[in-house]
Design a protein around this ligand. Structure first.
Ligand code: ZN
Length: 203
């Protein structure tokens, strides 16, 4: 299986301001300047998210990333009160792409994290959320959109690696979980380093 398939849309190109024109846009105030890091993004971090956990659809993820989530709307939302987080992209179960933060800015997706000896992955990474859970396979449409997005990001930035949130924040984060198909990236032919979960590597 390759990264791209006949289900994949054409590559998502990134415009001069760091926005994918073909994505839906929900601009988030939760971002920082990339100039502090002094370099373009070299890492793509894959996450999974669903709000409430395990429920797909709705607007809660968009609300969370734009600081509009109503903490009283669901018992699980109380712990998210006053959280200031974001990701660059969200890919819904049906493959829809939403963008929250320019790729030229730092989204607040990785938290305390480390990759290749560097702390604070937000400074030098792009965060992509897949709507899902640690316990559910992702959809073909999501892989199709992710592949097309990845192509556009690689065309714009010197991406060196793609990895999971659990790999840059081990012991603290578990997403995207064991169902994420790293083999697609291994077989994609992209000159990127893969940081696969240790279990998947040995099995
Ligand atoms: Zn995550």
């Amino acid at each position: 299986m390759t990264l791209r398939s006949e289900l994949s849309p054409p590559p998502f190109s990134v415009d001069a301001e760091g926005w994918v024109r073909r994505a839906r846009h929900f601009p988030s105030p939760n971002y920082g300047s990339r100039s502090r890091a002094g370099s373009p993004p070299t890492l793509v971090v894959i996450h999974s998210i669903s709000l409430p956990p395990g429920q797909f659809g709705g607007r809660a993820v968009e609300d969370l990333f734009t600081n509009r989530l109503d903490p009283s709307a669901h018992p699980s939302f109380e712990s998210l009160r006053d959280l200031r987080v974001s990701a660059h992209f969200l890919i819904r179960r049906e493959g829809t792409l939403t963008q929250f933060v320019s790729t030229d800015a730092c989204a607040w997706h990785a938290g305390v994290s480390q990759w290749d000896g560097r702390q604070g992955c937000n400074d030098f990474s792009l965060g992509v959320e897949l709507e899902g859970t640690d316990h559910t396979p992702f959809t073909e449409a999501q892989y199709g959109t992710l592949g097309a997005l990845f192509e556009g990001l690689c065309a714009r930035y010197p991406i060196q690696a793609i990895t999971g949130h659990s790999d840059v924040a081990p012991g603290r984060k578990t997403d995207p979980g064991p169902h994420f198909d790293w083999v697609r990236w291994e077989e994609s032919g992209y000159p990127v380093q893969l940081l696969r979960p240790k279990k998947a590597r040995s099995g």
